[in-house]
Write a protein that binds this ligand. Structure first.
Ligand code: UDX
Length: 440
């Protein structure tokens, strides 16, 4: 089939590339000509493992192209995907300006009846609104059918998730539209759930809100374990064996970040509120997460007598999680200003997110892409992202390179036994501290 995808961010680009890989002829449209130029050379504008190879392969097979001219991409398309951003407004609600603009661009450029699929995460009811916007602006009696097909991709494994996901959700206005989209997606060979449009829109928000709830729940348990001397990893393992709970998303740490959980939880609270429903459970999930991102600050300040004047901190990891250069809502964005406020000198290490960090972190700090350089001569280390090289570091390095072997670990990277054996002073999340008294 001939497919157009509007928006070449994480979702749009991965979707476009994946649809070309399963045999469709795809044109990805973006309003930014610079981006289109880069993409047309076979270079992805985001970091996503496996994406570049697939892009190049399908461009060479003439199944994948990029344009900034809507007419070029939309002409003759059987299906058009809208995959533009829906950023958080200051009140927490989703900003639909880009989706509305995409709708108008579709209306002005399509020449035959088309199915429009909304992939962007949008509040319940948006699909119907967008259909009205499109049909109000089309020419010569051309009409569209609308469908919701939410994405469940994780950054850093978006390509893998597209081909090996758990389900495909298709919310369509009639069975014929659902059947066409099921056919489009058939080669992905995944369970397909056909449903009404509003439920499909809600499935996306409810799924992300539930996963965020799991994380905040285990983080609260971790904080209680911390006071009571229990170990949250043992607790999570014990809970995860129960198949009604499941082992995933029970990893305690310094909270969730990224482009989806913070945005979508806030948007759902706002959406519920607009309909006079106080979503108190989800409000608490968000509040717990906001506190969790800075949970190690008190431990650090306690350890160093209230301020960090003259201390050099090696911050290990800037991205909100490994295998991405994305800093959106990353704990680093709140922790680094706090460290600087406490008069610390910060040297921040990240293998790929340094360039993005420079643009987003206002504080005057040092950066490095060399892990050992960050540790050398620093007074202590603070782990914010569980990058493999941080997880796999020889713990002796902390002793060799830091002035004192003091490590604050926001991602529970090391087994406590190994830390004990290496005689590190070690503070993690929801696990007993290995303090200086214990190791001396
Ligand atoms: C998420 C959803 O997983 C995906 O389905 C949706 O489409 C987009 O949002 P993503 O934000 O890319 O994906 O990352 P994910 O791997 O889910 O992690 C989100 C955050 O939660 C990260 O900051 C991660 O460190 C944190 N997390 C995850 C935990 O703290 N503990 C866990 O057990 C799992």
């Amino acid at each position: 089939m001939k497919i157009a995808v509007i928006g070449t961010g994480y979702v749009g680009l991965v979707t476009g590339v994946a649809l070309s890989e399963i045999g469709h002829t795809v044109t990805c449209i973006d309003v930014d000509p610079e981006k289109v130029k880069t993409l047309s050379q076979g270079t992805p504008t985001i970091y996503e493992p496996g994406l570049e190879e697939l892009m190049k392969k399908n461009m060479a097979a003439q199944r994948l192209s990029f344009t900034s001219i809507h007419k070029e991409g939309l002409d003759g398309a059987d299906v058009v995907y809208i995959a533009v951003g829906t950023p958080k407004r200051t009140d927490g609600s989703a900003n639909l300006d880009y989706v509305e603009q995409a709708a108008k661009d579709i209306a002005e450029n399509i020449t035959e009846d088309t199915i429009v699929v909304i992939k962007s995460t949008v509040p319940v009811g948006t699909n119907f609104h967008i259909k009205k916007v499109i049909n109000a602006h089309t020419h010569n009696g051309v009409q569209v059918k609308i469908a919701s097909n939410p994405e469940f991709l994780r950054e850093g494994s978006a390509v893998k998730d597209t081909f090996h996901g758990d389900r495909i959700v298709i919310g369509a206005e009639d069975p014929e539209t659902a059947d066409v989209l099921a056919e489009v997606n058939k080669p992905f060979d995944m369970p397909i759930l056909k449903t009404d449009i509003s439920s499909a829109e809600m499935i996306k928000y409810a799924s992300n809100a539930f996963l965020a709830t799991k994380i905040s729940f285990i983080n609260e348990i971790a904080n209680i374990c911390d006071t009571l001397g229990a170990n949250v990893e043992n607790v999570a393992r014990g809970m995860g064996y129960d198949h009604r709970i499941g082992p995933d998303f029970l990893k305690a740490g310094i909270g969730y970040g990224g482009s989806c959980f913070p945005k979508d939880t806030n948007a759902l609270v706002q959406l519920a509120g607009n309909h006079h429903h106080e979503f108190n459970l989800l409000k608490s999930v968000i509040e717990v997460n906001n506190k969790q991102q800075v949970i190690l600050l008190d431990k650090i300040l306690d350890r160093f007598g209230g301020n960090l004047r003259g201390k050099r901190v090696a911050v290990l990891g800037l991205a909100f999680k490994p295998f991405t250069d994305d800093l959106r809502e990353s704990p680093a964005l709140v922790m680094i200003p706090e460290l600087v406020k406490a008069d610390a000198n910060v040297i921040a290490y990240d293998p790929i997110a340094v360039e993005n960090a420079r643009k987003q972190i206002k504080e005057n700090i040092d950066y490095t892409i060399n892990l050992e350089a960050a540790l050398r001569g620093s007074d202590f280390a603070l782990i914010l992202t569980d990058w493999p090289d941080v997880k796999e570091i020889d713990l002796e390095k902390y002793k060799q390179l830091l002035r004192e072997p003091v490590v604050f670990d926001g991602r529970n990277c090391y087994p406590l036994d190994a830390v004990k054996q290496a005689h590190l002073e070690y503070y993690s999340i929801g696990r007993p501290n290995q303090t200086s008294e214990l190791i001396s």
